[in-house]
Design a protein around this ligand. Structure first.
Ligand SMILES: NC(=O)c1ccc[n+]([C@@H]2O[C@H](COP(=O)([O-])OP(=O)(O)OC[C@H]3O[C@@H](n4cnc5c(N)ncnc54)[C@H](OP(=O)(O)O)[C@@H]3O)[C@@H](O)[C@H]2O)c1
Length: 318
């Protein structure tokens, strides 16, 4: 893996460069947040860009005109609509290619080449990328369901940059999966010719991890939703309360932890060695750790009775 990773760093594809830049940007933001309060840069724009939802409510020094860039956080649902449609389309193209021998559309093949797909020819099992795309699509579908029927949104906001980023993110993430496929021209190359003969132990492990993490993320979103409903399931307020139960007993943002586990499960499904996907995981790690840290601080400043043993993101550690 080390050799492969270093050779890919030398020929950094546009996709790898994108995920590496994102990971570095969120690492830097996280490190700045970990500085002692006196040393923390008080740049209002920086604070406005890294905070969203409830943590935006306590952003220091927020000029009034920043509100013109606010977009309702309930628009998160748009990300998942786009992801279900776009990644569903990519999955359909891949299925057609794998099972009916239909080549990828010319424009899609060109986009993948531009993004750096050629760097990965021959390396990956087609079944791994197929399963990861299925997981990604199922994840988006569940998140769409949660946004529509489980979560109760308040009037919390996100920055318009964040909104645009979310849309680009779900378009690029599916292309990242496809770019890992071994290609023979515009056709997917299936080593051994029979896709299911490629099944390996890490596919089973990845699938089990994916189901387990998804189930916990769903449970956590149900818990958050229930904080704003009465016993009959009717929404009674939109305030932020202290969540209890499931992984909330260990960390303040178990839904972010589950998100990380979901992306790690995809790395497992790729057989542990896919450098590009580890870059994606690194980005998810730092972005979710940053949000979890801000969320943890929000809870601690708002609730004096906040459980002392609870960590922000990683049980017992951070
Ligand atoms: N892969 C990525 O790059 C990425 C990026 C961002 C998010 N995500 C994932 O998307 C999911 C949702 O993210 P999120 O940031 O929206 O999560 P979140 O802040 O925990 O919010 C989830 C839902 O619970 C509500 N809520 C949050 N805290 C609450 C509290 N204390 N009391 C009552 N209700 C509360 C929120 O309402 P309001 O916020 O409207 O008040 C929202 O409806 C997460 O699983 C996250 O991992 C992924």
């Amino acid at each position: 893996m080390g050799l492969r990773a270093s050779s890919e760093l030398v020929a950094l594809s546009p996709l790898n460069a994108w995920w590496l830049t994102l990971a570095a940007a969120f690492l830097l933001s996280l490190m700045l947040q970990l500085l002692p309060p006196g040393l923390l840069p008080s740049n209002a724009l920086f604070q406005d860009l890294i905070r969203y939802g409830k943590t935006k409510l306590e952003a220091p020094l927020r000029p009034a005109y920043f509100q013109s860039f606010d977009v309702p956080k309930r628009y998160f649902v748009h990300f998942y609509v786009i992801s279900v449609l776009w990644n569903g389309f990519l999955l359909w193209c891949l299925t057609q290619s794998l099972f009916l021998g239909a080549p990828f559309p010319y424009w899609l093949h060109t986009v993948l080449r531009i993004l750096g797909a050629a760097h990965f020819q021959g390396g990956e099992l087609a079944l791994s990328a197929f399963l990861v795309l299925v997981f990604l699509w199922l994840h988006s579908l569940r998140r769409l369901f949660e946004c529509l029927y489980v979560s109760v949104f308040s009037n919390a906001m996100i920055h318009v940059v964040h909104y645009c980023f979310g849309i680009i993110y779900y378009i690029l993430i599916g292309l990242t999966v496809l770019s890992q496929l071994p290609m023979d021209g515009r056709n997917v190359y299936v080593r051994g010719k029979n896709l299911f003969m490629q099944a390996r132990w890490f596919h089973i492990l990845g699938m089990m991890m994916f189901i387990w993490s998804s189930a916990h993320q769903y449970k956590c979103h149900v818990i958050l939703g229930s904080l704003r409903k009465n016993k009959a399931g009717v929404v009674i307020h939109c305030k932020h309360r202290i969540p209890f139960g499931d992984w909330f007993e260990y960390v303040s943002s178990p839904n972010y932890l589950a998100e990380l586990m979901i992306y790690i499960s995809m790395s497992v499904t790729f057989g542990f060695h896919n450098f590009t996907w580890w870059l994606v995981v690194t980005y998810v790690f730092f972005s979710q750790a940053l949000s979890a840290l801000l969320t943890h601080r929000f809870y601690k400043s708002k609730f004096v009775s906040y459980p002392k043993h609870r960590k922000a993101f990683l049980p017992f550690l951070f």
